[in-house]
Design a protein around this ligand. Structure first.
Ligand code: CP3
Length: 357
């Protein structure tokens, strides 16, 4: 394994933004708002830019990735930007042939089927094989800094990446993944270790380039029992979070359907836990570590209206938080393509108004 990156000199830029204050657990002038998938198909600007260009081309072209990252920031008063990229970007550099197929989602033509397939995966240095990510971050920061908006970098977590590498696509029940995990535990742990190594290195590159906070997406880990999480996933994910915290930026650890896993997931020590809509935030706060913040947790479907229900449920979430510092307003999972831009804008304004001190 590659040695952990050294602690970096703290970046003072926009340290006092509502988002970064809240990430540190400090009181902020208003509740910060950003949305997972805030750059995406619900925006006409995104659809126009993507027309005739593949997802991977956009990710690998810094000017395009930077422009897409900035689209929601220019359209609405979001409190943070998230780099336009995908959690699956590290798979091709490891040797897995990834394609984003329109209307179907990600597809891998040479998925992992045997322990030998794990051993043939490469773990190259992120800076060498994904240099466009640091370039994109530098371009985005030039535009964000004067606006006072901090930038979030991200990676997928080892389990969620393994689920794509083994299933070869999205999945409902993760049957191939679990079969491999139970049937080939040694190879499974080697796979987790390879992901830990490349992801820790990739996050270090992102932070060096200018990411001011990071999120680790373990979107599908909720499919596991508590026992399986602790046995098969927690060790490598814990090392990844530990190494990431040494980079000196705050860390969000996110998953969906994780109510039962929150005590275990939160024990890995991220600064903030991402919570989906299934768990009320005041319950989540009782399940996680003292001092940790929460991010969430509106059902993204509510953004399709009516406004009456969206407003009512936003009020409910804010009432559950009850002014406690350490809440970042977000959806419980990514914005959906059918979301009207006006509803997103109205919601950002509404949360700002309701929480202004
Ligand atoms: O949040 C953001 O705005 C930043 C960009 C971002 C994307 N993907 C862009 C994207 C982020 C943070 C992701 C993370 C991601 N990607 C996750 C974790 C979050 C989650 O949703 O659970 C996962 C599981 C993926 C894998 C992935 N990428 C899938 C399953 C798909 C297809 C589904 C879909 O919505 O099309 C993608 C493609 C993808 N990644 C799109 C975007 C904007 C859609 C591509 C398009 O324009 O058609």
């Amino acid at each position: 394994t590659r040695p952990s990156a050294p602690v970096l000199t703290p970046d003072p830029t926009n340290r006092d933004s509502a988002f970064l204050k809240t990430m540190r657990g400090e009181a902020a002038p208003h509740t910060p708002v950003w949305f997972m998938r805030q750059a995406g198909r619900y925006m006409p600007e995104y659809r126009a830019l993507r027309a005739g260009r593949s997802m991977l081309e956009c990710i690998r072209t810094p000017e395009l990735a930077a422009e897409i990252t900035l689209q929601p920031i220019k359209a609405m008063p979001m409190d943070a930007a998230i780099l336009f990229n995908d959690i699956l970007t590290p798979l091709p550099v490891m040797g897995l042939d990834l394609d984003f197929v329109g209307g179907v989602g990600p597809q891998i033509s040479n998925r992992i089927e045997t322990p030998f397939d794990v051993d043939r995966l490469g773990v190259p240095a992120a800076a060498e094989v994904m240099p466009y990510t640091a370039e994109s971050i530098k371009l985005v920061r030039q535009e964000l800094d004067p606006r006072g908006v901090p930038l979030i970098g991200f990676v997928g977590a080892p389990f969620t990446l393994a689920s794509y590498a083994i299933e070869g696509k999205g999945s409902r029940n993760y049957e191939r993944t679990k079969r491999f995990m139970y049937g080939e535990p040694a190879a499974w742990h080697r796979l987790m270790d390879k992901f830990e190594t490349i992801l820790a290195d990739y996050l270090a590159e992102q932070v060096k380039a200018g990411a001011q906070a990071v999120q680790i997406f373990d979107s599908w880990v909720g499919a596991l029992s508590i026992y399986d999480y602790v046995t098969f996933v927690k060790p490598a994910t814990g090392r990844l979070i530990e190494r990431t915290k040494k980079l000196g930026v705050p860390v969000i650890y996110f998953g969906t359907s994780t109510h039962h896993l929150l005590p275990q997931m939160s024990s890995l020590g991220s600064d903030v836990m991402g919570i989906d809509w299934r768990t009320p935030l005041n319950d989540a706060w009782k399940l996680i570590q003292p001092g940790q913040g929460v991010q969430g947790n509106l059902d993204p479907l509510l953004l399709q209206g009516p406004w009456r229900e969206l407003k009512h449920q936003t009020d409910r979430i804010l009432a559950e938080v009850d002014g406690r510092p350490g809440h970042i307003f977000n959806v419980g999972h990514g914005l959906l393509p059918e979301t009207p831009v006006d509803m997103v804008r109205r919601l950002v304004d509404y949360v700002h108004e309701q929480t202004a001190k």
